[in-house]
Every structure is written in structure tokens, then in C-alpha cells.
Design a protein around this ligand. Sequence first.
Ligand code: MLT
Length: 280
Amino acid sequence: MHVNRSDDGPRDAPRGSILFVHGFPLDSSVWTHQLAALPAGWHALAPDLRGFGRSPLGAWAGELSSGRRVGNGIAFPDEPVLTMDRLADDMAALIEKEVGRPAVICGLSMGGYVALSLWRRRPDLVRALVLADTRAETDSDEARENRRRTAQLAREEGARPVADAMIGNLLAPATLDGDSDVVDRVRRMILATPPATLVAALAGLAARHDATGELPHIDVPTLVVVGEQDAVTPPAVARSMADAIPGARLAIIPGAGHLACLEAPEAFNQALAAFLDGIG
Ligand code: MLT
């Protein structure tokens, strides 16, 4: 697995370790601004999840569970399903190997689903949660159908139509119109994602667990962050998630869309630093 790391290792970081988990279909470079401005005393890991960025899917393909149907009867062909639990187990192995103590898990969108799965499966490894532009609910039938169509596009035509279909939803209008650097970076990340990963992850996203019932039981400090103009997981969704988690804080990032950490890094980093100050 390819992992970006902060300069300081876990032993040189008295305040603790943070694991940054990227969204779909992106890679660890979405966290560039967070790694560059990490508050003093913290150590960070930002892996490319399997199949994304520089981490191959193929090496693990044999371990993936395959299934004909996911969700409410929406059929995917008999292909590997990259589940959120599988990705969470990868993150658990990484924390055990490289950190050796509970870490702050900061997950963006799909990375938030992975963070919630990790908390459910391995709470002993989770010191705190940062849930960024994400949700606890599973997909609606309409969302699953949309994923099935997107997977079909990826199978037939590769990543390009997926990038075309997604990019307008991922970024705020002001980013789309005025920040060609961010638009290009996001487009490049999507185009670099192999179709096999797109298909396997779309099936895993559609099949994911509904975590809403678990939110009241989350007993670690939690920050919910959302872009003010997030069209995928809007502020109302973030607010209801924060309301359901005991003691959770909510930070709304002005002007940002679904990729707040990349679109408004200064405001995102301020919210993150204030949260980290409160826990370590
Ligand atoms: C993401 O950014 O990870 C995706 O938008 C998540 C999703 O499609 O549910």
C-alpha cells in the first residue's frame, strides 16, 4: 500500500497520530494541504486505499468477496466488491503496523464511511473521529441505481465519463469556475483510477452498512466538517449526524463544496487544529 507520511514519525509526535482516509474516486493527494500544515506534535499517515492512487487493487483481488447482488436487489455482475469493511480492515492493519496506538481517524466522504466502519469493528484503534463531507445513512434506491449506471459506464468506457459525470457534484460552483488547479487535480485523480477499482468500489459503496443507529454510541471526540455548498452530503446531513453523536462539534466551511479539505484548506485546517487542540 502506498502511504504518504508526515516528516515526524509516531515516536517524535507526543500529541498523537492522525490517519487521513480519502474519498471516492480520489487518492491521498486530496490531503496535501493537511499534511503540509500539520499542527506541531502530530504524526500523520495518508494512504492510497487499495485500488486507488499508487496502491494496486490486483494484489488483493483474490481476497475481495464477490457477490451478485448488493443493496436492495440492485444487481451488479459477479465482480469483486470492495467493501467499506475491507477498507477499514486495511486501515486497522496500517495503524497496528505503523502507529501502534489509537489514532485520530479523519475520513473524507467514502473515507468517512471507512472511519465509521473502523470505529464499529476496531474501536480500540480509534482515539477520535473527524467526519468530513460524509454521511451515516446507506444509499437510497435511487443512489444505488445511479451507482449501477456509473459502474456500467466505467466497464464500457473507462474513467473519463465517470469524471465528467462526477466533477460538477464534487466541487462548489466557485471552485469549478475559478480554481482550475483544483478542478484539474480532481479530474486527474478520477482519470487515474482503474475501471476495475471504480466498479468494485461502486458496488461496495452501494452495499454499505447503515451506521445511523450507531451514532448515539460513539464515545470518542468527534468533529463533523462539511463544505457550505456540499451537494453530495449537504450541511443538513452533516448537522443531523453531529446532533446524533454525543458531544460532536460541527464546522461548516464557507464557500467549499464536497471536497472542503482541498477547496478551502485554510478554513478546514483551522477547524481541524481547533479540534486537535481540544483532545491532545
Ligand atoms: C466520495 O466523495 O467519497 C463519494 O462522493 C462518496 C459517495 O459517492 O457516497
